[in-house]
Design a protein around this ligand. Structure first.
Ligand SMILES: C[S@@+](CC[C@H](N)C(=O)[O-])C[C@H]1O[C@@H](n2cnc3c(N)ncnc32)[C@H](O)[C@@H]1O
Length: 210
């Protein structure tokens, strides 16, 4: 995809109103996503992996990569010593690319934001990069990730400021007050794609499930 087409795809993804539109858009983008994001200097996977690895012991398993896309993080989780990682994404086209990397033990074509078909405490950790963003998933996606992460487990995720201010930060504060999670680390806001103009900052958050 050319640079201008890539910006169009991302802008359309942010503006998407319905989950099926988001899925169709990423299906179309899937084959050039990795090279486009590399060209844009995409930072979320690196920062999210850094936070997870700082707080979740090497070897913890299984993990869920929620909104895994083409599996950029899956490759790095494998190298960093997490032996069993499952991928979840709303776009089958993105999951097809992820499957080709051969690093996921299972792939689930599912939508975040509603109930997930996984048992309570199923995962030792959850990572989600670039998913809690405009037009994708908001604060409503958080509770299910907490339910499926076992006590002592870690959820590392990036959150765009728009979503943060639209109830995400408030929901984390409520969950902390209820003793359900502990906010163990929060980065300063940063721009996720320095190669893009006018990008709204995001931050990365690590939560311990209690
Ligand atoms: C910017 S990409 C990030 C992909 C990958 N985590 C990465 O960092 O490269 C956003 C991903 O979220 C997925 N997505 C968007 N809305 C979703 C939803 N409601 N449930 C699950 N996945 C969703 C898209 O299909 C896409 O693969």
């Amino acid at each position: 995809m050319t640079d201008s087409k890539h910006k169009g795809a991302l802008g359309a993804a942010y503006a998407a109103k319905r989950p099926e539109d988001v899925a169709a858009l990423y299906d179309r983008w899937s084959q050039t996503y990795d090279s486009d994001m590399s060209a844009a200097g995409y930072r979320h996977p690196t920062i999210c992996l850094a936070l997870l690895a700082r707080h979740l012991p090497r070897g913890s398993a299984p993990l869920l990569d929620a909104g895994a896309g083409t599996g950029l993080i899956g490759e790095w989780l494998d190298i960093a010593g997490y032996p069993e990682v499952e991928a979840l994404d709303i776009s089958q086209g993105m999951l097809d690319q992820a499957e080709r990397k051969g690093v996921y033990s299972a792939l689930h074509c599912l939508a975040l934001g509603g109930p997930l078909p996984f048992a309570d405490n199923a995962y030792a950790g959850v990572i989600s990069a670039g998913v809690f963003t405009s037009g994708h998933v908001g604060a409503e996606g958080l509770d299910e990730l907490i339910r499926i992460c076992r006590p002592g487990g870690v959820i590392a995720l990036t959150v765009k400021n728009t979503i943060w201010d639209l109830g995400f930060n408030a929901r984390v504060a409520e969950l902390e007050a209820q003793g359900l999670v502990t906010r163990i680390e929060e980065t300063r806001p940063y721009v996720s794609m320095p190669g893009e103009a006018d990008t709204v900052p995001s931050r990365c958050l690590a939560l311990r499930v209690n």
